[in-house]
Structures are given as C-alpha cells and as structure tokens.
Design a protein around this ligand. Structure first.
Ligand SMILES: CC(C)(COP(=O)(O)OP(=O)(O)OC[C@H]1O[C@@H](n2cnc3c(N)ncnc32)[C@H](O)[C@@H]1OP(=O)(O)O)[C@@H](O)C(=O)NCCC(=O)NCCS
Length: 175
C-alpha cells in the first residue's frame, strides 16, 4: 500500500457550455454540471487508489449562480482524505468568460468514492498524506464531514460517533 499526496490525485477538466447542455434560459443544467463533477471526482479517486471507484455519496451542492451558454466550466478535484476503502474528494467549480477573461468561483462540493474489485466489493485504498496547510485543514475536516454523512445515510448513530470521538481523544491524550 502506497502513501500519496493530494497533488497526485489533482484533476482539472475544462468544458465549453454548448446548447445541448443548457435550459431555455441558456444556463447550464444542474444535472449536466453534476455529471462533469462526478467524472472529475472519479478520475481523482482513481488516480489516488489506482482502482475502479464508484460514487458512494454526494454532499449538499449549492448552485450559487448560472453558468451561461458559451462560457467555459473548469472543475478541479483532489482527494482530501483516504479512509479504509473510501476517499473524500473535494471539487471546485469555476466559470470563465473567454471574451472578458474573467473567471469566477461557482461552487464547491464533496463526493465520496469507494474503490471496488471486479465483483464490486470494497477494497482498501492507498493512504493520503497532506503536504500544505490547506491540505492539512481539509484532511482534518474530512473526519467530521464523514461522521456527519454516515449519520445522514443512516450508517452510524450519533451516539456511536460520540463514542468513537471519545476513543480518538483518549488516544491523542495518551500519545
Ligand atoms: C459504495 C458501495 C460499494 C459500498 O458498499 P457496502 O457494501 O455498503 O460497503 P461497506 O459498508 O463496507 O462500506 C464501504 C465504504 O463505503 C463507505 N460508505 C458507504 N456508504 C457511504 C455513504 N453513503 N456515504 C459515505 N461513505 C459511505 C463506508 O463508510 C466504507 O468506508 P471505509 O471502508 O473507508 O470505512 C455500495 O454501496 C455500492 O456499490 N453502491 C453503488 C455505487 C454506484 O453504483 N454509484 C453510482 C451511482 S448509482
């Protein structure tokens, strides 16, 4: 099992918004954007794990403003933390008007991917070691976000998470 950095999974995809991708107002359809985000996240998770990865969950996604026909969408993705078989991937979405050269941030989101074998069963992934202070912050926050999404998915009870937190705290204090 290797230890990799977020940089090694960094992925950027750039697409022009075409008429087929838009609603009657000429704005990029939300589902189309989610599709592109899913692809960028899958590539990042695949680069980190060198495995086939499936989307396990998508956190709350907020569409702050429209992305217009003819604009360019830039999506970047990076693994923020690897757990046992799952990875949290952060996505940043930008829109660029190539006529003005102005680029604006549109939204960000977290996806969870799970590495699977040929039978679709989860398999362990490479570890992740953050390098920069920003990556460290995302790495630490990933644990809290994971707890929350597992509670929301009905996979953990809040009591169970508190017990795990207490155990973790005890370990930190003992080390
Ligand atoms: C994702 C999937 C492989 C998990 O399988 P599973 O039998 O539930 O496996 P496990 O319970 O062992 O969980 C495996 C990992 O997934 C994580 N996981 C599962 N569901 C999750 C969810 N809703 N949110 C976040 N993480 C989740 C678990 O926490 C675990 O992580 P860890 O090993 O790092 O601790 C399975 O649910 C699946 O195949 N889902 C469909 C995936 C798919 O087709 N996606 C495309 C959209 S349809």
């Amino acid at each position: 099992m290797k230890t990799k950095t977020p940089r090694e999974s960094y992925t950027e995809i750039t697409e022009m918004v075409l008429p087929n991708d838009t609603n009657p107002l000429g704005n990029l359809m939300g589902g189309q954007l989610l599709h592109l985000m899913d692809i960028a996240a899958a590539i990042a998770a695949g680069r980190h794990s060198n495995r086939v990865c499936v989307t396990a969950s998508v956190d709350f996604v907020d569409f702050k403003g429209p992305i217009k026909l003819g604009e360019v969408v830039i999506i970047s993705a990076s693994v923020t933390r690897a757990f046992t078989t799952s990875m949290e991937v952060k996505l940043w979405v930008f829109a660029e008007n190539t006529l003005t050269g102005v680029r604006r941030e549109c939204n960000s989101a977290y996806y969870t991917f799970v590495a699977v074998d040929q039978g679709g069963q989860p398999i362990p992934v490479n570890k992740l070691k953050p390098e920069t202070p920003e990556e460290q912050e995302l790495y630490e926050g990933a644990l809290r976000r994971r707890e929350l999404r597992l509670i929301l998915a009905g996979r953990r009870s809040p009591e169970e998470v508190n017990t795990l937190k207490d155990l973790l705290q005890q370990r930190v204090e003992q080390s």
